[in-house]
Design a protein around this ligand. Structure first.
Ligand code: EPU
Length: 417
């Protein structure tokens, strides 16, 4: 397995171009299942999760071509309604095929994703909503089996804000008979990006970006050519890196309006954050101030930035509290950060962080995607050498991360297995 070695203590400076958003690209590539023809996507990040999605879509009978950051998908001839365990276990987001397959093929058999390193992550709300649209659902042998001759619009309330749940049902309802209303829908920019693409295909979706989305079903959807929005979590990770290393980094090709909560917290921590069109310049402070953070659904502070922000607080000047309200087990990075000298105590869903003057490099193990990113950040600021193991997690969601950091002046290298 590859590992990443970082010699810490270098100040980051320069420009970095932000890639397309993984979590927008995944549902958008899957939405090709709703069309009969060739869709073209640009600014698609070159990531393991994208490759897994392409393999999954090919498994359903789609023709996929991928070259650099461009992917074409022709789902004109869908043959297989089954998403097998071997593909789904590699990527939970595979559950996104459930709604589109039922809408298009009238049936689907999708392996249940199961829990993962950050929590139990059930899909009960996806299933409840699909049932409300008229699908008959059975759970058998670890699979969800869903069938519906024709889905029918319904009034759906999500008990918990769910991002992929909202996306799954929005796709299914786009081809249903009549009107569907999603209440307490997720407002994440990735949901809005998917709604925009579906509308470009001919769907009638209003209200995306608010907690009430109305979908008027249409008979059929047409293929599109579209570009993927910038990755706000990749951008946020580089912003924290700049602040952490007292650097001066300009992010290009990002969406500053998707990053407001983080910008606010970074400014409170003492960083200079300057927004200009599609770019953001972050200047790290001499001394980092402690700031409390609570993760929340968008537009609140993203859970996907919690681990990275915790590294910043680990070297801040006082005490901070980070509360995780989205996932029940998203503190796996804490044990590893402690091994690097961080002073963090967990109490329930909160971490109490006493800022230390420095962290010290150590061999560490990544447990999930964002935890991996946080360990790389810790390595950038630590004294001495850090070795981050199990970086395959990182490759699922960050395009060429070590190359981008190297270009900014970090001493980072990948050691191939
Ligand atoms: N939940 C349920 N039942 C459901 C669905 C969700 O109880 O049927 C709970 C979850 O267990 C969790 C909460 O609701 O406690 C929110 O989960 P959500 O469904 O919103 O998460 P997701 O859609 O599975 C997406 C991102 C995650 C990101 C979360 C929260 C994708 C592919 N994944 O997951 O991204 O953390 O939303 O913003 O969009 C990552 O990129 O590293 C990542 C984990």
């Amino acid at each position: 397995m590859d590992k990443i070695i970082i010699d810490g203590g270098r100040r980051l400076a320069g420009n970095v171009v932000i890639s397309g958003a993984k979590n927008a690209a995944l549902p958008i590539l899957v939405s090709s299942l709703l069309t009969d023809g060739k869709n073209t996507y640009t600014n698609v990040p070159n990531l393991k999760d994208i490759q897994s999605t392409c393999i999954l879509l090919q498994n359903h009978g789609a023709t996929v071509e991928a070259a650099e950051n461009r992917v074409t998908i022709d789902a004109g001839n869908l043959t297989n309604p089954e998403a097998p365990y071997d593909l789904v276990r590699k990527m939970r987001a595979s559950i996104l095929v459930l709604g589109p397959l039922v809408a298009r093929l009238k049936k689907a058999r999708v392996s249940l994703p199961g829990g993962c390193a950050i929590g139990a992550r059930p899909i009960n709300l996806h299933l409840k909503a699909l049932t409300a649209l008229g699908a008959k659902i059975d759970l058998k042998h670890g699979y969800v089996e869903a069938e519906a001759d024709r889905l029918t619009g319904a009034d759906i309330y999500f008990d918990i804000v769910t991002v992929t749940g909202t996306e799954n049902i929005m796709m299914a309802a786009a081809l249903a008979d009549g009107v569907t209303t999603l209440r307490n829908a997720a407002r994440e920019p990735e949901v809005t990006a998917l709604a925009d693409v579906l509308n470009q295909m001919g769907a009638d979706i209003r209200g995306a970006g608010t907690s009430e989305i109305t979908i008027r079903g249409v008979e059929s959807l047409s293929p599109v050519t579209t570009s993927i929005i910038a990755d706000r979590i990749e951008a946020g990770t580089f912003m924290v890196a700049a602040a952490l290393t007292r650097g001066d980094v300009t992010l290009e090709n990002c969406e500053p309006e998707h990053l407001e909560a983080l910008v606010h917290k970074l400014r409170l921590a003492g960083a200079g954050v300057h927004v200009c069109g599609k770019s953001i310049r972050v200047e790290g402070p001499e001394s980092i101030s402690s700031v409390d953070v609570k993760t929340l659904p968008y537009p609140g502070f993203p859970t996907d930035m919690q681990a990275q922000f915790m590294v910043l607080m680990s070297v801040a000047s006082g005490l901070s509290i980070i509360s995780e309200t989205i996932f029940e087990n998203r503190f796996m990075h804490v044990g590893e950060l402690r091994r690097m000298g961080a002073d963090i105590t967990i109490s329930g869903n909160s971490a109490v962080i006493r800022g230390m003057p420095y962290l010290s490099g150590a061999p560490v193990m990544a447990s999930d995607l964002r935890a991996s990113a946080s360990l790389i950040l810790a390595g950038l600021v630590a004294q001495g050498q850090t070795e981050v193991n199990r970086v395959y997690h990182l490759d699922r969601g960050y395009e060429a991360m070590e190359k981008k950091f190297e270009k900014l002046g970090a001493a980072v290298r990948r050691v191939k297995a």
